[in-house]
Design a protein around this ligand. Sequence first.
Ligand code: HEM
Ligand SMILES: *[C@@H]1O[C@H](CO)[C@@H](O)[C@H](O)[C@H]1NC(C)=O
Ligand SMILES: *[C@@H]1O[C@H](CO)[C@@H](O)[C@H](O)[C@H]1NC(C)=O
Ligand SMILES: *[C@@H]1O[C@H](CO)[C@@H](O)[C@H](O)[C@H]1NC(C)=O
Length: 509
Amino acid sequence: MGLLLPMLFTIFVALVGGLYVLGVFRKRRPGEPPLDKGLIPWLGHVLEFRRDTFKFLERMKKKHGDVFTVQLAGNYITFLQDPLSFGAFVKESRKKLDFNTFAEQMVYRVFGYVPIEEDYHILHSSSNKHLKGEGLDVMTEAMMSNLQNLMLHSVSSDQKTWKEDGLFMYSYNIVFRAGYLALFGNVPHKSEGGEEQAKEKDRSQSETLFYEFRKYDQLFPNLALGVLSPKQQWEVDRLQTFFWDAVSVQKMKANDNISRWVWDMHQAKEELGVKESNINKYLFVLLWASQGNTGPSSFWLLLFLLKHPEAMKAIREEVDEVLKETGQEVQPGCPLINLTHEMLTKTPILDSAVEETLRLTAAPLLLRAVLQNMTLKMADGREYFIREGDRMGIFPYEDVHLDPEIHPDPLSFKYDRFLNPDGSKKTDFYKAGKKVKFHNMPWGAGVSMCPGRFFPTNELKQFVFLMLIYFEFELMNPDEKIPEIDFRRCGLGSMQPVRDVQFRYRLRY
Ligand code: HEM
Ligand SMILES: *[C@@H]1O[C@H](CO)[C@@H](O)[C@H](O)[C@H]1NC(C)=O
Ligand SMILES: *[C@@H]1O[C@H](CO)[C@@H](O)[C@H](O)[C@H]1NC(C)=O
Ligand SMILES: *[C@@H]1O[C@H](CO)[C@@H](O)[C@H](O)[C@H]1NC(C)=O
């Protein structure tokens, strides 16, 4: 008897504690958004959320309106789905809505990198210096020389025969490898005994890297969620070890043409006394962040152009005109063209097509940790109490990119959607008569906004520019349907298709 009571008490406490952890006692308090815990304790809605983020949030919006709190794997996340109120989320102080906590947990879990406090500052200061403005002139030149090495090296050997390939794999492969070489540097001519040999080595090494990168890429959705099978976990471990070596400080230092973007970040960390093995892991983070999105986006852009002849025609004319203005010509025997950053600032139609492509195919999920109790003030005056310890998220793909009021006929590719009638860039978009400031958000917004964004826009334009001036290309099946998007990758950035599309290409001249 003497023991039974304490034992019962202990079991009772454990039970209540367990139920508490499972979220059974959480109730909506006055002033809070509607709460939807889902049927499964603790897990809540996470399975449906992962299967199709888009459909899940759409269903919740229909049920609860444009602000609601859902339970996902033990976390309570309040989604804000009114684009006119996004400013309140994006501009809230970092003391209340924090991004770094997520970023740090993620880079550790997914890339093995142990974060330091200065990471954010180092990344943003290097990106501001080297991935925009004059820094972008240098990056454009590096990118161009690598694109030409990869796309045109076989030009003289197999003149005018058609080559067949998957458009997704072709685009991703070229853009990944050129981007990697532009950022991490080239094999020096002298170490290989000549320029041609060094270029060949650049091609073969980057090919191996891409091959392994794609394996990691395909495991990534499960890895990010922490739901890998033992076999997949083993493969992830193997790939991580491969990349920590393949893009290590030591390997990089042997290269020429290392970008200032990567170099400065590596140096800043070295000066702070970060261990070299940890810097190697950071270089892998940079490889991932810089090369995982632009390739898939370049596929969608080319595919949309192939499926929309009027868009292809308009952009082809624009590109030819820009080239003509510089007095350059694409002819057999002529030197390769020198496509500069300056030339790429004169292509408003291509700019609009890039923006339209990203609207349709880039779907970041913006997440923040709620560090203090706060009040969310909506554009229409409503106010909601948000609890400390919860999370907040917005998913602009659904509420902005595909909102038929902001972008009429939202599922159609309209290459001139982001152009005014006078040919200038269009930035005025409306919802309920009000101007929507955040009318396209492929880069995210606020503290988590992609720090590289000017560079990938440029990369996409360079790739398409070169494809158009050097090659003829067409779909093997002219009636090919645009493949569905793989929604398991929702929230991670640029989305990928569920299958590839066959095409063929050959030199234009
Ligand atoms: C079409 C191509 C790209 C898209 C759509 C894209 C989009 C994004 C988005 C949405 C984020 C925020 C992720 C989050 O909130 O967790 C992000 C982060 C980042 N992006 Fe990009 N990105 C692209 C290409 C690039 C390139 C080419 C670079 C570098 C050269 C780059 C560098 C980064 C870095 C370093 C971060 C991490 C920022 C941080 O942790 O604070 N991105 N990108
Ligand atoms: C470095 O880049 C320039 C163009 O930016 C290129 O001409 C040169 O060949 C590159 N060096 C090596 C070793 O590839
Ligand atoms: C390309 O043009 C730019 C700007 O005119 C120049 O600085 C650069 O040296 C040129 N590059 C090549 C490879 O000719
Ligand atoms: C936050 O709000 C909750 C619920 O209203 C309250 O119990 C808690 O004490 C508050 N926390 C702080 C730090 O004010």
